[in-house]
Design a binder for this molecule. Structure first.
Ligand SMILES: [Zn+2]
Length: 173
């Protein structure tokens, strides 16, 4: 009988949960220590993303890719595209590296890609509730999700059928 492996629990600051949820952030970076090691974090393992430690907003995912290196700088020099996937709000690889070092200190790191169902159009990225009240909303307009109060921004239209377009929402971070 095989022992069932529990999903890896990944608590995230609200900002980073939201960036994962709307598809802008695709990789998580952790120092390679404690439970964050290559025998716990591996391709195919289920992972649960959590908005903080609460139970309200969670997303089930599966690890699609794992990368490790002896330092944050080494990781980014090996995978030059990765900085933006880890921190889409950083202006440059150097800015991403220095803010990560400030946050976690430098040393061996592990980065992994949790893959989950992509966001549907007209859906709140944080709570996944369909949003129907977008009439008259222009691209770039900001408003709060009526269901979870996430700050949202309409970022574009998604083609549904001829003549029918639904907006795509990102969180307004
Ligand atoms: Zn919401």
């Amino acid at each position: 009988m095989s022992k069932e492996v529990k999903p890896l629990f990944l608590p995230l600051k609200g900002l980073y949960f939201d960036l994962f949820s709307d598809g802008r952030k695709t990789y998580e970076l952790r120092r390679l220590r404690g439970g964050w090691n290559l025998s716990q974090v591996y391709v195919g393992r289920d992972v649960v993303l959590s908005y903080g430690y609460g139970k309200k907003y969670r997303k089930e995912a599966m690890i699609l890719a794992v990368k490790s290196a002896n330092s944050i700088g080494e990781l980014i020099s090996k995978h030059s595209w990765l900085w933006r996937q880890i921190n889409p709000l950083a202006d440059s690889p150097e800015a991403m590296i220095s803010s990560a070092i400030d946050l976690m200190g430098d040393g061996p790191v592990i980065a992994f890609e949790p893959s989950f169902d992509t966001l549907s159009p007209a859906e709140c990225p944080r709570c996944n509730h369909p949003i129907t009240c977008w009439d008259g909303l222009d691209i770039g307009s900001r408003f709060d999700c009526p269901y979870c109060s996430a700050p949202l921004k309409a970022v574009g239209d998604h083609f549904i059928a001829p003549g029918v377009q639904w907006p795509v929402f990102h969180t307004a971070h």
